[in-house]
Design a protein around this ligand. Structure first.
Ligand code: SAH
Length: 346
């Protein structure tokens, strides 16, 4: 088994049976070895600096109805909001003053008629902070909207494919949504020159290890610049609210597998991982992750952006807790790397 890890480190590829064997293994020695190798590669590539991205949760209004997501259209218990342009700019300014050089605008999928507002918002951020990267995580749009957003100055786009198995995908989403469209969007984003991130929820309902192997295969072929992986966490107002949360250990295993596969990739130690595991953020970094995304959203809206139950919204998860984050990173000899942190520039 250690041989598999060594092959993955040197050749950046295994066949499917190799990935499956690593995912299945509960041998503590092997798992520790996998994490150590991935951690070593991350240090070789990035040193002991962790990139930070300031997350602005733009809106919880959503036209989609994903069965797992707390802000799905059909959840009538959500108090809906769309931040105003001024609120977004204010959050970015606060983030900039703290040292952030990447802003991530994430949100539910706004109605089509909001596209022009989004384009203007991106233009405004681009003009005010020309030294910052702008990342969007706003779901599925037509080519033309992605193009306008790119021209307005967006650099990166995060769009998890969620599952590369069409049958599994259809258990997590209503029939109106399709894996084919999700994948089409990812191709468009790449063609438009965005740095693209994709990924999955680990342990989503009905996900088998074979499904995860399919996801690994897809990600390997797609070659994203960023890989977003967090455990599924149930949200009580959703149809999947009674399913158990995904595993932190499996999530960390995947961080390591992808670090060995793509030494340069930007892999966040996600909020979802930190929400289900007390020391999740550090465990993710020790497994090879190299990015964290503290929250810059105005305080009064944070609780309304409840994608899942128990989402960490305070302390080091919030930008004002940056000192705490620095202290936490210092416990493992790490520090924040405040640069834009583009792909390859390491
Ligand atoms: N509307 C955008 C942004 C969605 S939120 C989009 O579709 O891309 C970003 C990510 O949160 C989603 O891609 C999903 O993987 C994750 N997420 C949503 N609900 C979740 C849950 N219950 N548990 C864990 N992650 C969840």
């Amino acid at each position: 088994m250690k041989k598999l890890v060594n092959i993955l480190r040197t050749e950046h590829h295994l066949d499917n049976s190799g990935y499956k064997a690593l995912l299945e293994s509960d041998d503590h020695e092997i798992i520790t070895y996998l994490h150590e190798q991935a951690h070593e590669v991350a240090i070789e590539m990035f040193g002991k600096g962790i990139f930070v991205r300031g997350l602005v949760e733009l809106t919880n209004v959503c036209r989609n109805d994903c069965y797992y997501c707390g802000i799905r259209k059909s959840n009538s218990n959500v108090k809906r909001y769309i931040l105003s342009t001024e609120q977004v700019l204010h959050s970015c300014q606060q983030g900039y003053n703290l040292g952030f050089r990447t802003f991530v605008l994430q949100g539910g999928e706004l109605p089509q008629e909001k596209a022009s507002w989004l384009v203007d918002l991106v233009s405004e951020i681009r003009q005010r902070w020309s030294d910052c990267a702008i990342t969007l995580s706003l779901g599925e749009w037509p080519w033309e909207v992605y193009e306008r957003l790119r021209q307005a100055g967006a650099d990166r786009y995060l769009l998890r494919h969620e599952s590369h198995n069409a049958e599994h995908y259809s258990k997590l989403h209503p029939t109106k949504m399709s894996l084919a469209n999700r994948l089409q969007c990812l191709m468009w984003l790449k063609e438009l020159g965005y740095q693209v991130g994709t990924g999955i929820m680990v342990g989503s309902p009905w996900q088998s290890l074979n499904n995860i192997v399919e996801d690994i295969e897809f990600i390997e072929n797609f070659e994203p610049e960023m890989i977003g992986l967090g455990p599924f966490v149930p949200q009580h107002d959703t149809p999947l609210g009674n399913h158990p949360a995904g595993s932190a250990d499996l999530t960390c295993k995947l961080y390591s597998i992808f670090r060995l596969m793509f030494p340069n990739a930007l892999i966040p130690s996600t909020t979802a991982l930190n929400s289900i595991s007390p020391n999740g953020r550090i465990l993710g970094i020790m497994a090879g992750a190299n990015v964290v995304m503290p929250n810059l959203s105005p305080n009064e809206y944070r609780a309304n952006y409840a994608l899942y139950d128990g989402k960490a919204i305070t302390n080091a998860e919030a930008a004002e807790g940056i000192k705490q984050l620095e202290a936490q990173l210092a416990t493992i000899g790490y520090h924040i790397n405040w640069s834009r942190g583009d792909y390859n520039q390491c």
